[in-house]
Every structure is written in C-alpha cells, then in structure tokens.
Write a protein that binds this ligand. Structure first.
Ligand code: NAP
Length: 242
C-alpha cells in the first residue's frame, strides 16, 4: 500500500495536508518535532473521518535519526512504501543580517534545506524502484521575492526551489514528480505574531490564506492528475507576487 509522509504534520499547513491526503485514501505518517498533543489531534481528526494515520516523530534536521526511523518503519512494513513525501516542516527565526546569530542562520537552513535533503534522499529509493512517486516541497514567497529580516529563511527556501528543480530532472523518467508550493501569508502559528490587519492590505485578495487552501493544491500535486507537472513552483499568495 502507498503511504504519504508529511513532515511538520502536527500543526498548521502540515496538519491540513495530512487530513487532505487521508481523505484521498492514503494512510498518513504524521511527522513532528516536539508537539505530541498537536500531532495526536491531527491523528484523531483523520481517524474520526475514517482515515488511517501513524505518528512518526523526529527532528528532520537530524539526518541520522531520520534515516534510522525510516529504516525501522520499512522493516516493520515490508508490504508498504512511502509514495508521497511532503517536506513541510519549517521554522522562522527572523533577524536583520547584521544582528543575525550563527545559530539563527544554521537552524533555519538545517530544518528546511538539510531536512529536505536527508529525508528525500532516503525515501526516494522506494519511489524510483516502484516507478511512481510525488515529492512536494513547501517553500515560500520569501524564497522567490526575498523578505527583509529573513535572509536565513529566504536563503533556505530559495535553495529548496533550486534543488527541487534539479531533482525533478533526475527522477522524471521514473514517474516521480518533484514540485514546490510557495505560499504567501497563511494563517497559522508561524504567522500569529504578525500584524495581520496591516499586512492583509498588501494582499490583492485582501486576506491571509487558509491552511486548507494550501492543502488542496498539495493534494492535486499528489494525485495522478498532475503527472505532467514537475520541477514547477506554484505560488499560492492571494496575488501578492514580486
Ligand atoms: P507552524 O504552524 O509553525 O508549524 C510548523 C510545523 O513544522 C510543526 O508541525 C512543527 O512540529 C514542524 N517542525 C518544525 N521544526 C521541525 C523539525 N526540526 N522537525 C520536524 N518537524 C518540525 O508552520 P506553518 O505555517 O504551518 O508552516 C508550514 C510550512 O509552510 C513551513 O515550511 C513554512 O516555512 C511554510 N510557509 C508558511 C507560511 C505561512 O504564512 N504560514 C508561508 C509560507 C511558507 P511541532 O509541532 O512538533 O513543533
């Protein structure tokens, strides 16, 4: 059976993606870092709707642990494989560059960029062997446009876009697609400290987006209908382009 693995599936956009993929009939592996209560709530919602879900906690920035946990899962599930990988886990540690600490720089890149590399390299093998797969990476408007106070975050998301395009070419002949979703302002814990009333005036649609709206796009990219789309970056930002 084909499974979907969503990193950062405990909250926000990741939770909405888990729920949507479960509605499509995929059993979902819900990854998270530390918020077990939120991850259990995602699982509960999926199961309440008749879906299947498992919790698979690890820090995506820790490549060795990620590798060990995926290997363990594969040994325990020899008849199943991960066919859909959504690299959604991400953090913001904003600061202007002159004040940015090494830790703020490295933590953001480790989570978004290195996390994508460690996990995708590991999970891709099964997709290539089975000759079908979907890798969907959650970048950001910040990785396309660049945002002040986010040199770390913009760097991580821009690199994620570049790497996704290269990987898409490497694996296309095996029917594995690699695409990027680049959200603008979406309501979630990540944006709850932002002045929404001020910022929404910048958005042509006049509001922040919903996690569900991002999840619908991810669900399409995860489906068979998107087979001819790969190496693409799809913005979902209410018209707030560069
Ligand atoms: P969020 O509400 O802050 O949730 C972040 C999720 O990532 C949580 O599930 C968290 O797990 C997980 N996570 C963080 N670090 C992790 C790590 N090292 N290992 C595993 N999981 C980790 O964020 P969100 O707004 O839903 O954002 C989801 C993605 O969309 C991120 O990549 C973000 O950069 C991107 N994005 C968001 C917006 C926006 O406006 N919200 C816009 C553009 C792009 P725990 O619950 O365990 O902490």
């Amino acid at each position: 059976m084909k499974y979907a693995l969503v990193t950062g599936g405990s909250r926000g956009i990741g939770r909405a993606i888990c729920i949507k993929l479960a509605e499509m009939g995929y059993p979902v592996l819900i990854n998270y870092n530390s918020n077990i209560a939120a991850a259990k709530e995602t699982k509960r919602i999926i199961e309440e709707n008749g879906g299947k879900a498992e919790l698979i906690p690890f820090d995506v920035a820790d490549g060795q642990t990620a590798d060990n946990i995926i290997t363990q899962w594969q040994e325990n599930n020899p008849d199943h494989h991960i066919a859909i990988l959504v690299n959604n886990a991400g953090i913001r540690l904003d600061n202007t560059m002159v004040f940015m600490q090494n830790e703020e720089w490295h933590k953001v890149l480790d989570t978004t960029l290195n996390g994508f590399f460690y996990l995708t390299r590991r999970v891709l093998k099964d997709m290539l062997v089975k000759r079908w797969g979907r890798v969907i990476n959650i970048a950001s408007l910040s990785g396309i446009k660049g945002m002040a106070g986010q040199t770390n975050y913009s760097a991580a998301k821009a690199a994620l876009i570049g790497s996704s395009k290269a990987l898409a070419i490497e694996v296309a002949s095996r029917k594995v697609t690699v695409n990027v979703v680049a959200p603008g302002f979406i309501e979630s814990d990540m944006t709850k400290d932002l002045p929404q009333d001020e910022l929404k005036k910048l958005v042509p649609v006049g509001r922040f987006g919903k996690a569900d709206e991002v999840a619908d796009l991810v669900a399409f990219l995860a489906s068979d209908k998107s087979a001819y789309i790969t190496g693409e970056v799809i913005s979902i930002n209410g018209g707030l382009h560069t």
